[in-house]
Design a protein around this ligand. Structure first.
Ligand code: ADP
Ligand code: ASP
Ligand code: MG
Length: 450
């Protein structure tokens, strides 16, 4: 049988320390088909970099840069021959500290430059460790030379055609010499400035590498053995899913299942690449295959949770008669790069949900300036500390009598907003944050376990 080509991505916890990295190296070493290795920053590093960016005094920023330095030097020390990469790692850490020390105006461009340090550090260390462990060259490769994006810093849009051309030109010749180890999450725009693909974007990077290199399989190695029927950290009796369709997996991740970045399946769908999700800690346990058509199609396959949601309700007294209200509302949000998730409208009001956690989303938050602009033509109410819960499966829009039992099971819960019917793959609603886990447990027991 001809060789398969596999792209394997290892997330933050898989890169947490030298022991975790060694486990990843042994997974790679055992499979010569794994030719392109995409890694995330070491666990917690992107959050630290986000905190560094958000800090407004130099002392705090320097302190965070030093924490990042210690973390990486500790892993470096565990290599057989740290001296091979010590200079480059130290110069990167110095560079980060210099940026932290200078009083900076944090432009979006600079933020992405800072965020890129996480993946650049981890990938250099891991390529060295993999070479030592496998006894074969693992070639470090700068993903920014091929992951070409637009200049929407913080959430850049990849240019799929350009990426494919660059991969053919720059990656293919290297693969003749050995495996490459590269970074997830980061890319570059046409002038060469570093961009990022949004939080959790390493999965997406790996999918873009898989698409551009005509891979047969994309593997996402993470800290859970599979995609589960709900987050196993919230509901311990959640069940691993053996096989799920691209559509369902996309929907699950859009609605908060962090195990996969929402855009990951998009390149996989375009090229019909099979995606496998497994645990780098327990690689022998069965994982999940994400495929074009799954063999079974349950109405409710899984339940996802997205925390830190804000509900914005905008009323216009003129709405009944005035054209252009929605256009004006969305123009203000778009001018401020506010990304809206759910929308429901009545004749006189619009309700929207927004992410409010900078760590989870990396998105722009609603602020006083935006509210003032909206209040020029509407009444605005804000409610926070909400969670979005989504039931994900098949034909949910066409299944008669579904909402009765779902909302019947939640009699005592105040449901703030419901979206049903817009997609055949989900039914979702907002509840107060402190009720969310109970709601998931109740629904999971009722619709998945029994
Ligand atoms: P990585 O760093 O490997 O990218 P993430 O933390 O981004 O890993 O994603 C893995 C996490 O996703 C798990 O630890 C788990 O808590 C969470 N998760 C949320 N929903 C699900 C689900 N349905 N199945 C599995 N994991 C889930
Ligand atoms: N390191 C980035 C993050 O934490 C990208 C990723 O891990 O997927 O968001
Ligand atoms: Mg992730």
């Amino acid at each position: 049988m001809p060789d398969l080509r596999k792209v394997a991505k290892f997330g933050g916890t898989s890169m947490a320390d030298s022991a975790a990295m060694r486990r990843c190296a042994s997974i790679i070493k055992a499979d010569p088909d794994k030719k392109i290795i995409v890694v995330s920053a070491t666990a917690g590093t992107t959050n630290l970099l986000t905190d560094l960016i958000a800090a407004d005094d130099a002392d705090t920023r320097i302190e965070i840069a030093k924490t990042i330095r210690e973390k990486h030097l500790k892993i470096l020390k565990d290599l057989a021959q740290p001296e091979k990469i010590e200079d480059i790692i130290i110069s990167l850490l110095d560079e980060l500290e210099i940026i932290a020390a200078r009083t900076q105006i944090m432009t979006m461009m600079l933020k992405d430059e800072i965020l890129s340090f996480g993946e650049r550090l981890s990938s250099i260390i891991f390529s060295r460790l993999l070479s030592e462990e496998s006894g074969e060259p693992a070639i470090w490769f700068d993903a920014r030379t091929v992951i070409i994006t637009d200049n929407s810093f913080g959430n850049a849009e990849p240019d799929v055609k350009a990426i494919s051309v660059k991969i053919t030109k720059l990656v293919e010749p290297l693969l003749l010499k050995g495996r490459i180890v590269t970074q997830g999450f980061i890319g570059s725009e046409k002038n060469g400035a570093t961009t990022t693909l949004g939080r959790g974007g390493s999965d997406y990077s790996a999918a873009l590498f898989a698409e551009g290199s005509d891979a047969d399989v994309l593997e996402i190695w993470t800290d859970v053995t599979a995609i589960y029927t709900t987050d196993p950290r919230i509901v311990p009796n959640a069940r691993p899913i053996t096989e799920i369709s691209f559509d369902e997996a996309a929907e699950l991740s859009v609605f908060g299942a962090k195990v996969l970045h929402p855009a990951t399946v998009v390149p996989a769908i375009r090229k019909n690449i099979r995606v496998y999700v497994g645990s780098s800690m327990e690689p022998d346990k069965p994982g999940t295959w994400i495929v074009k058509e799954s063999r079974d199609k349950p109405v409710i396959r899984a339940i996802s949770l997205r925390k830190d949601q804000t509900l914005l309700t905008v009323h216009s007294l003129d709405m009944l008669h005035r054209h252009g209200f929605l256009a004006r509302l969305f123009q203000v949000l778009s001018d401020h790069k506010i990304s809206v998730d759910l929308v429901t409208t009545s004749e006189v009001s619009v309700a929207l949900t927004l992410d409010s956690d900078i760590h989870a989303s990396g998105k722009q938050k609603i602020n006083d300036e935006i509210l003032a602009e909206l209040r020029e033509f509407a009444e605005v109410e804000i409610e926070s500390h909400l969670s979005l819960i989504a039931l994900v499966g098949n034909n949910l829009d066409a299944t008669a009598g579904l909402s009765g039992p779902v909302f019947g099971a939640l009699e005592n819960v105040n449901i703030r907003m419901i979206c049903h019917g817009a997609s055949s793959h989900n039914l979702c609603f907002l509840v107060s944050e402190n009720k969310a886990t109970d709601v998931i447990r109740v629904l999971h027991d009722k619709f998945i376990i029994s």
